[in-house]
Design a protein around this ligand. Structure first.
Ligand code: HEM
Length: 481
């Protein structure tokens, strides 16, 4: 039997419209929480004439994504995929997907990432220093735009190489912001039938097409410039390492495919990572004790690093714990990308018909009170040795059994995020520098009262009110100099 689905339901229309008057991603979350409370961790909705099954239990998610990984590694087809049409994410599970995914993963695992990261972190610190450099220090700043700029700059350098003109990058950033804001929310979970999308959203579609065309022209231009540099022999030496576009040129892909893959790269990485960074820093403003503990820990570790000069940077367990705890409590994506199956399967006691949409409730799993003690409390110590988060993997979730899948901010199994490792590295590195360089203080001296942790639900769940903080540059930190 199918998982429980609420009635009534109409052919072609489904039942989402009966559950909420505005069926957006935001309202879907609300509807699903209500349904899970009544029907348990596996529920289904009807999106038009397709069943959509939502799973909010880590054990069942583990059985689907890890034990039956190849069965659930498929993505539902969509009549419109826009700029994503040739991406890894929309690729049918098979040889093309595997080739593109391997290429992306090996590019992200390259040695060059560390160098680009260092210069991006330095730029981020410099921009915040000038934003905070009021007469008396401790000016109030809203850092989200600076975070976005730094994260965009980092991934753009990895994607297109370091030599792209500032003006082109600025235009690209503007187009990305415009396209993302235009992307029809309703399409994200294939929530409503096609005709409703077209009728209700026609003016938005027109603007979206125009912005996508401009994006295509600009990215093609950047790729052509890179191709010319390679042909002239510039940028092929160790001094300027291979960027993602170089690897794509090496695969002999067409223009549309390359533009789509570059869009996916930037789209998948920037908003997710920026949102995670903002949540982490918001938590550190709220929890001054944890911020100080982190700073002390970094200083202690840094002094031991100095004694082992020349070695690679050591792991910083507490920075990692802070990042993991923030991703558990505030995963940027509250749901994975939609999965589907290539055959009818039985999962738990439910039948999942071939072709149905299957998704997993990331936020509910990370905040489940049967898996985590006091799940709504921000407590990075859970991830320190011996804590309840020991053994939980983010970048390889589920490999060691369901217990290692108590949070899945990057998904699990075959389709898990290939950027998870890089995202974790960027977040740890940025957070470390931001805490070493600045004190992050609540705007109101009455600690913790003025950081609003209300969520703005969407495909990516951001802070409803962007973080505001008093930023004090730390001049006393000699270890950093
Ligand atoms: C904090 C940062 C990030 C978060 C929270 C995140 C989260 C996710 C999630 C939840 C999925 C869906 C997994 C599934 O459907 O099972 C995903 C897929 C994906 N992510 Fe990320 N991601 C992040 C950063 C990145 C970065 C840095 C890149 C690449 C530069 C990237 C590229 C992708 C791609 C290509 C897919 C599709 C994989 C496939 O279908 O095989 N992501 N990500």
């Amino acid at each position: 039997s199918l998982p429980r689905a609420p009635w009534p339901r109409l052919p072609l229309i489904g039942n989402l419209f009966f559950l909420h008057h505005t069926p957006t991603v935001a309202s879907l979350t609300e509807v699903l929480r209500r349904l899970h409370a009544v029907h348990g961790p596996v529920v289904s909705l009807w999106i038009g004439s397709k069943p959509a099954i939502f799973i909010a239990c880590h054990g069942i998610a583990h059985r689907a994504l890890v034990n039956m990984d190849t069965t659930f590694a498929h993505r539902p087809t969509s009549w419109y995929t826009g700029l994503n049409s040739h991406g890894v994410n929309s690729a049918t599970y098979g040889s093309r997907w595997s080739r593109l995914r391997r290429n992306l993963s090996s590019h992200l695992a390259g040695e060059h990432v560390a160098g680009v990261l260092r210069s991006s972190a330095n730029r981020l610190v410099k921009s915040l220093e000038s934003a905070a450099a009021g007469e008396h220090g401790g000016d109030v700043v809203t850092p989200s735009d600076t975070f976005r700029h730094a994260v965009f700059g980092f991934f753009a350098a990895l994607c297109f190489g370091e030599g792209v003109e500032e003006d082109k990058l600025r235009r690209l950033r503007g187009l990305h912001a415009e396209i993302i804001s235009l992307i029809v929310e309703l399409d994200a979970f294939h929530l409503v039938p096609v005709f409703v999308q077209v009728v209700c959203y026609f003016p938005r579609w027109r603007n979206l097409m125009r912005a996508q065309r401009s994006h295509h022209v600009l990215v093609t231009d950047i790729i052509s410039a890179r191709r010319r540099r390679r042909e002239e022999g510039v940028g092929c030496d160790v001094a300027e390492p291979r960027c993602y576009v170089d690897t794509l040129l090496g695969l002999g892909l067409g223009e549309d495919e390359m533009v789509s893959l570059c869009w996916e790269y930037m789209n998948a990485s920037v908003k997710t990572t920026t949102t995670a960074l903002e949540w982490i820093m918001a938590r550190l403003v709220l929890h001054q004790d944890i911020q100080q503990k982190l700073r002390d820990d970094i200083a202690r570790q840094a002094s031991s690093d100095h004694t082992t000069c020349g070695e690679r940077r050591r792991r910083r367990p507490f920075v990692e714990a802070v990042v993991l705890e923030a991703l558990r409590l505030h995963p940027p994506a509250h749901y994975l990308l939609a999965h589907t199956t290539d055959k009818d399967v039985t999962l738990d006691k439910h039948v999942i018909p071939k072709g149905s949409i299957v998704n997993f409730d990331v936020a509910s799993i990370g905040r489940n009170a049967t898996l985590w003690t006091e799940p709504s409390v921000f407590r990075p110590d859970r991830f320190m040795e011996g804590g309840e988060g020991t053994g939980v993997h983010c970048t390889n979730a589920g490999c060691g059994g369901p217990e290692t899948m108590k949070m899945i901010p990057f998904g699990a199994g075959r389709r898990a995020c290939p950027g998870a490792g890089v995202a974790m590295t960027v977040l740890q590195s940025f957070v470390e520098d931001l805490v070493r360089r600045f004190k992050w203080i609540p705007v109101d001296s009455n600690v913790g009262t003025d950081v609003d942790t209300t969520e703005k639900q969407g495909i990516i769940t951001e802070m409803r009110v962007p973080l505001q903080t008093r930023l004090v540059v730390r001049r006393d930190n000699l270890l950093f100099e």
